[in-house]
Design a protein around this ligand. Structure first.
Ligand SMILES: NC(=O)c1ccc[n+]([C@@H]2O[C@H](COP(=O)([O-])OP(=O)(O)OC[C@H]3O[C@@H](n4cnc5c(N)ncnc54)[C@H](O)[C@@H]3O)[C@@H](O)[C@H]2O)c1
Length: 117
């Protein structure tokens, strides 16, 4: 397996306020301080939003981290982010737990983000 170096790269992480995304962002900020990390999350209320806000509060202390509140299914926003930040690495973890929520308009989805890549 090959290794991707993150030094001096701009990395887009979806679900930055989520459990895994926030821990990933933290780890990148700590271990690759020359990298720029753009995190996106729609801050949905599937579970307590205060927990997501708590995670973000810690992450925004890293000067290399920028948070964008938004939906990854919003093509205009994602296009704008790629144009602005020119991310060369994307970690797409976005998912909506709960089958009933998958059928709501605007829910998810990694496939939509992937189509832009
Ligand atoms: N937590 C685990 O143990 C575990 C295990 C295996 C796989 N996973 C996978 O890892 C991923 C993340 O899981 P997690 O536990 O961190 O979940 P999480 O619910 O804590 O985080 C997901 C985040 O995604 C955000 N989100 C959802 N839809 C979005 C959208 N359309 N646009 C922008 N943001 C959106 C939510 O607001 C949330 O903050 C998921 O794909 C999950 O299936 C998690």
């Amino acid at each position: 397996m090959s290794t991707v170096t993150l030094e001096n790269k701009t990395i887009l992480v979806t679900t930055a306020a989520g459990f895994i995304g926030s821990n990933l962002v933290k780890r990148i900020c700590q271990e690759a301080p020359s990298a720029t990390v753009i995190g996106i999350d729609n801050m949905n209320a599937y579970y307590d939003v205060a927990l997501k806000e708590f995670r973000l509060k810690e992450l925004v202390q890293y000067p290399t981290f920028t948070f964008i509140k938004g939906n990854i299914a919003d093509k205009e926003l994602i296009t704008e982010l790629f144009e602005k930040y020119k991310s060369s690495v994307v970690v797409n973890l976005a998912a909506q737990a709960g089958v009933q929520f998958h059928h709501q308009p605007g829910c998810l989805c990694g496939i939509k983000l992937g189509r832009l890549l």
